[in-house]
Write a protein that binds this ligand. Sequence first.
Ligand code: MLT
Length: 386
Amino acid sequence: MRENVLFEITKDNLETGLRGVPVGYCVTSFADPQKGLTYVGRPISEVCYWDPLQVIYLLYFGEAGSKAQIAKFQQDLNQRAQCKEETIRAIEALPRAGHPMDLYAAAFSIAGMEELHGDYREDCLNVIAKIPQITAAVINHHAGWGKTPASKPELGYMENFVHLLQMPDIDREKLTPVFKLFNVLHYDHCGGNLSAFVGKSVASGMAHMYASLASSLAALSGPKHGKANQDCLEFVQEVLDSVGETATASDVEGFIRERLKNNQLVYGFGHAVLRVEDPRASVCYEHAQKHFPDHPLIKIAHHLRTEGPKVLSENPKISNPFPNVDAITGSVLMAAGFSYPEYYTVLFGVSRLVGIAIQIVYERMEARGGKGVPIMRPLYLYKSRK
Ligand code: MLT
């Protein structure tokens, strides 16, 4: 290939979802097909048990902060955490009929009307600080769990979120570590995942931060993107219902073969970029094995982890037969006591919005020597349908 040429586009690349086509730079994360996700060059396995704010600092500033720097950052975010009364009341007036992701996207449009500053950097920090309360208001309202209290950011980032959730019989001690891990694992996944790409594209027309993030949430709501985690949990549950709690690995293998024979989907395997087991999934399997080894869903998820790749790799057309992060996260959330799968994609959003907001700041304020990336305007070739 000629020097400076990253990728040669042929007609075979058209209508392939821009797979592998370089578009720009991502300063927050990268996913290597073989090694998986890194945040600012650090493998996800290194940072996954850091405190969420420490990881947010890393993504926002592009370097790990000292204790004092992180404390100052936390102080700044704490002052931004409380939403206006009007924002919360308007979220509580949304219809409850749709999927919670529909309310979540609407909540960000509302927040854009009530909370907008207008500067991408300020709005990025404001959004990160307000995500716990906006999200809790959406879930509490949609679930019918009542009013959302005042934010208490001094508790810690995800501790505050758990405080804000009004879920009945909530076991905060059990839930918080799992929410923290889930949160850190999902902050970012390079520049080209659908919700990040959509949010940055919308922002490229100079739409404000909240409108851009509302569009990201709409992108995340699709079953091939964020909603995959809900669908995967429902699949693991279906396997459990079919083979039973005491099933062996070979029972699960039989279940998978039967599904494939009937042309039914097997969920939780493969990835657009990765060609190995998703390292985020590996972290969750280990966490599950350590903390919830006897939970029926976890047992099934572990059997799927070994049997899925075995069966799927028999098909030469499957380029990645290994589990992705969604294969296990839902089961871990269930085991930790959060038994509300319809909110799993919302939890994904709590996390992913952080990375997208930071990527938007880069593209709007820093890229091309501060000029920013121009409005997205790819080329489509004309084709007659006759
Ligand atoms: C992920 O977290 O795996 C993604 O958002 C999917 C992707 O990278 O395309």
